[in-house]
Design a protein. Structure first.
Length: 752
C-alpha cells in the first residue's frame, strides 16, 4: 500500500480537531474563530501531549491561500458606493480610532523596549477591531437592528478597507531601511494609482464579460471563473509590489458591483470557510505557552490598553462623527477587541521577517481575552453612561450633544465645492487611465513596431505609428478631462449668478487643458527630438482637434455610459427584484424612527396568519412597510396579507419597538416535536366484521378521517391492485379496506 502523503495526514488532523473543538465552542455560544485558534494550539508542536502537524510549510501555504480567499470574500461583501453614501461621519470616526489606537500601541511597545518595527506593527494590530466577532456579539445580544449597531458596522467596514491599505504601507515600511516622508507619500500615491486603475478597468471590463457569457455559465463554471479572477489579480498585485491579499480584495470589490455578486458569494463561501479555518488554525499553532507565561504582564497591559483605549478614543471618535454621548459610548465600548485582521497583519510581519516571533502569540492571547470580554463590554456601555450622567452636569451633556450632533446636519455643499470636487475626481481618473494606456503602449507596442520596422531609417516610422495609436486611444479620456462638467447644472448656475464667476470657470478649463496637453507633450518628447515650443504647439493643436472631434466625443460618451451601467447593474437588479430599500429611509434615519428587516422563521407561529390577525402595530408599535417574498416585494401590505415562512419583513419603528418585535418573532415559535418517532405513517388492512359499527355507512358518514385521523386508500376486491374507494359506497360485511395513519390513530380505529 502506498504511503499516505504528509500533507493529507496533516489536513485530516487539522480538520478533525477543528471540527470537534468548534462544535464545543458552538455549544458554548463562542465565536468559531476562537475554536479554530484553540484547535491550532492542540495540533501544534508546542503541545506535547497531542498529535502534531508534521509539515508546517504546507500549513502556512494553505494559510496564505486562506487569507487571500478571506479578503476576496470581504471584497465581495463590500461596495465603494456604500462608502460614498455613508458620508463623512463614519470616515471621521474610523480614521480617528485607527490613528489614536496606532499611536497608543506604538507607545506601549516602546514602554516594553520592543523594536521599532515591532511597535509599528503592534500599533496596526491594536487599531483593528474584529468585524466577525462584533457582528456575532450584536446578533447574540439581539442588538443588530439597533441604530448604533449600524454605525459600528459602517466604521468596521471602513476599518477593514483601511487595514488593506495599512498592510501595503507596512510592507513598504518593512522593505525600506529608513523610509522618510517622501517614500511614504510615494507609496500612498502608488496605492491610489493602482487602486483607481484596477477598479475603473475592472468595473468596465469584467461585468461586460459576465454579461456576454451569462446564458451559458452555470454555478460550477462561475465558481472557477471567480476564483481564477481572484488568483490572477493576486498574482498581478504581487508583480507590481503589493500583497496577494490586496489583489484578491480588489477583485472581490470589482465583482461586488456585478449582478452575479450574491451568487458568487454563496459559491465561494465553502472554499473560504475551508481555507479560512486552516488560516486560523495556523494562527493557533504559533501560540507558545512559554512565551505567553513570559509575556504575561505585557499581555495584561495590552488587554487594558485595548479596553480603555477603544472605550475612550472610540467614544470621542464617534462623537466627532456626530453621535450623541450615549450612542458614542455604546459604539466605542462595542469595539474593544481585536481579531482576524490583527492576525493577518501579524502574519505579514512574520513573513517579512521584521517582527519578533514573540509578538504573534502575544497578540493571539490578547485577541482571545478581549473576544471573551466583548459581550460584557457591550452590556457595560449603558450602565457606564448612566453612572457618568450622574457625575456630569446635564448642561454639559446637552452642550456636547448639540456640538457633536450638529455636525450631522451640515449645510448643503456650495456649488463651487461640488463642481471643483467633481472636476478634480474626473481629472484624476482620466489622468490615471491615460498614464496606464501610455505605459502599456510604450512597454509592449513600441518594441513590437520597432522590430517590424528595423533600422535607423524606419525607426521614426515605428515611433510615429506608436504615437498616433497612443493618442487615438487616450483621445476619449483627454476630451472627457477637458469638457466634462462644463455643461453641468452647477456650471450653468455659477455662470448665470455673477460675472465674477466666469473668469474662474474659464480658468478651470484652461488648467484641465494644460494637463491634457502635458500628456501629448510627454508622448512627443519620448518619441521625437522636437523643440519644446514645437511640442507644446503640437499638444495644443491635438487637444483642440480632439475637443471638436465628433468621433472622440462619441467614444467618450459611449465608454462613460457603459461604465455607469456596469456600476449600477447590481442596483438595477435589486430594483427589478424588489430588494432595494426605499428612498425615504434616509429621512427616517435623522429621527428616532428607522427601518430594519426581520426574517420570519420557518417554524414561526405567525405563519398562515394575516397581518390583521397578528395586529403587530397595536402589540409592538411597529409598521410593516414591505414584505419580500422570493424575488417579489409587496409594498404597503394590507391586513388581508398572510405571512409565510421565510418572508422578509421590512419594519418601521424605534430601537425599543424593534427589541420587543425581535423578541416576539424569535420566541413565538412552534416547538420541536418530541414524539417524532410516533409520526410514522403506516398502511394497515381492516376487515369489516358483522359487528362493526361501520356496516351500512358510507365513507363520509363513518367520519373515519375526522374522528380517527386515518384515511381509506383502497378496497381489496381480489384484483392485482387496490380499487379506489367510492365515498358514497356503503360498507358491507367482509369488506377488506386498506387504511393509512399513525400507529395510535390506527389502534383507536381498530378498537372502535
Amino acid at each position: 500500500m502506498a504511503e499516505l502523503p504528509t500533507m493529507i495526514a496533516d489536513l485530516a488532523l487539522i480538520l478533525m480537531v477543528a471540527g470537534v473543538v468548534t462544535l464545543i465552542f458552538k455549544s458554548l455560544k463562542q465565536p468559531l474563530v476562537l475554536g479554530y485558534i484553540v484547535a491550532g494550539f492542540l495540533v501544534s508542536p508546542n503541545m506535547p501531549y497531542t498529535a502534531s502537524v508534521v509539515d508546517m510549510a504546507n500549513v502556512h501555504l494553505w494559510a496564505d491561500i486562506g487569507v487571500m480567499f478571506l479578503l476576496f470574500s470581504l471584497g465581495l461583501d463590500f461596495s465603494f458606493k456604500k462608502i460614498l453614501k455613508m458620508g463623512a461621519s463614519p470616515i471621521i470616526s474610523a480614521m480617528t480610532i485607527i490613528f489614536c489606537m496606532m499611536m497608543l500601541g506604538i507607545v506601549v511597545g516602546h514602554v516594553f523596549n520592543w523594536g521599532k518595527m515591532d511597535c509599528i506593527f503592534l500599533g496596526g494590530m491594536l487599531a483593528m477591531s474584529s468585524t466577525t466577532i462584533i457582528y456575532k456579539a450584536f446578533d447574540d445580544l439581539g442588538l443588530r437592528q439597533q441604530q448604533f449597531a449600524g454605525m459600528v458596522m459602517s466604521v468596521l467596514i471602513l476599518e477593514d478597507i483601511l487595514a488593506i491599505v495599512m498592510m501595503v504601507m507596512l510592507s513598504a515600511l518593512a522593505s525600506g531601511a529608513n523610509p522618510d516622508g517622501g517614500q511614504l507619500l510615494q507609496s500612498v500615491m502608488r496605492i491610489g494609482f493602482f487602486l483607481i486603475l484596477w477598479l475603473v478597468v475592472g468595473i468596465f471590463a469584467i461585468p461586460l464579460f459576465l454579461r456576454r457569457v451569462r446564458k451559458s455559465i452555470n454555478n460550477e463554471v462561475l465558481l472557477i471563473v471567480s476564483l481564477g479572477l481572484c488568483c490572477a489579480m493576486a498574482v498581478f498585485s504581487t508583480k507590481v509590489g503589493f500583497s496577494s491579499a490586496f489583489g484578491a480584495f480588489i477583485m472581490g470589490s470589482i465583482l461586488a458591483e456585478t449582478i452575479e455578486a450574491e451568487r458568487i458569494e454563496k459559491l465561494v463561501e465553502p472554499v473560504k470557510n475551508l481555507f479560512g479555518a486552516v488560516f486560523f488554525v495556523s494562527v493557533g499553532m504559533l501560540v507558545d505557552p512559554k512565551i505567553i507565561v513570559e509575556y504575561a504582564i505585557p499581555i495584561v497591559c495590552l488587554v487594558l490598553t485595548i479596553i480603555v483605549g477603544q472605550s475612550l478614543f472610540g467614544t470621542i471618535s464617534f462623537m466627532l462623527g456626530g453621535q450623541s454621548l450615549k450612542s458614542a459610548m455604546r459604539c466605542g465600548f462595542s469595539m474593544a477587541q481585536i481579531g482576524e485582521f490583527s492576525f493577518i497583519i501579524a502574519s505579514l510581519g512574520l513573513s517579512l521577517g521584521v517582527i519578533g516571533k514573540f509578538l504573534y502569540p502575544v497578540v493571539v492571547a490578547v485577541s482571545v481575552i478581549t473576544t471573551f470580554l466583548t459581550p460584557y463590554m457591550i452590556r457595560l456601555s449603558t450602565p457606564a453612561y448612566d453612572k457618568l450622567e450622574k457625575h456630569i452636569p446635564n448642561k454639559l451633556i446637552r452642550s456636547l450633544n448639540q456640538l457633536t450632533m450638529g455636525n450631522t446636519h451640515s449645510q448643503e455643499e456650495s456649488k463651487w465645492k461640488s463642481l471643483l470636487t467633481q472636476m478634480g475626481l474626473n481629472t484624476i481618473i482620466y489622468s490615471i487611465l491615460s498614464s496606464a494606456t501610455i505605459a502599456l503602449m510604450f512597454t509592449f507596442v513600441l518594441p513590437f513596431t520597432r522590430k517590424l520596422l528595423p533600422g535607423w531609417e524606419l525607426h521614426w516610422y515605428a515611433n510615429a505609428i506608436t504615437g498616433v495609436l497612443t493618442v487615438t486611444l487616450i483621445a476619449p479620456f483627454l476630451r472627457a478631462m477637458v469638457m466634462k462638467k462644463n455643461h453641468s447644472e452647477e456650471w450653468k448656475a455659477l455662470w448665470a449668478e455673477s460675472n465674477r464667476n466666469r473668469l474662474p470657470l474659464l480658468f478651470t478649463i484652461l488648467v484641465r487643458m494644460v494637463i491634457a496637453v502635458s500628456f501629448i507633450f510627454y508622448i512627443c518628447n519620448y518619441l521625437s527630438r522636437f523643440t519644446n515650443a514645437l511640442m507644446i504647439t503640437i499638444g495644443f493643436i491635438v487637444i483642440v482637434l480632439i475637443i471638436f472631434s465628433r468621433t472622440a466625443k462619441h467614444r467618450s460618451i459611449t465608454l462613460e455610459r457603459l461604465f455607469i451601467q456596469n456600476l449600477r447593474s447590481r442596483d438595477i437588479e435589486a430594483q427589478v427584484h424588489g430588494k432595494k430599500r426605499p428612498l425615504y429611509e434616509g429621512r427616517l434615519l435623522d429621527r428616532d424612527v428607522h427601518i430594519a428587516e426581520f426574517t420570519l422563521p420557518n417554524n414561526s407561529n405567525w405563519m398562515g396568519q394575516s397581518l390583521a390577525q397578528l395586529n403587530l402595530g397595536k402589540k409592538y408599535g411597529v409598521h410593516i412597510s414591505s414584505i419580500l417574498r422570493g424575488g417579489r416585494r409587496i409594498n404597503i401590505p394590507d391586513g388581508y396579507n398572510i405571512l409565510f415562512p421565510g418572508d422578509v419583513l421590512q419594519v418601521i419603528g424605534s430601537d425599543q419597538q424593534f427589541t420587543l418585535f425581535r423578541e416576539a418573532i424569535e420566541n413565538e415559535l412552534i416547538g420541536p416535536d418530541v414524539e417524532l418517532e410516533k409520526r410514522e405513517m403506516k398502511l394497515r388492512q381492516l376487515i369489516i366484521g358483522s359487528d362493526s359499527k361501520f356496516v351500512g355507512q358510507t365513507l363520509i358518514e363513518s367520519r373515519i378521517r375526522d374522528l380517527y385521523s386515518c384515511m381509506v386508500v383502497g378496497l381489496e376486491e381480489g384484483k392485482e391492485s387496490l380499487s379506489p374507494y367510492n365515498p358514497n359506497r356503503r360498507f358491507r360485511k367482509g369488506d377488506i379496506i386498506w387504511v393509512v395513519g399513525e400507529q395510535e390513530s390506527l389502534d383507536a380505529l381498530f378498537n372502535s
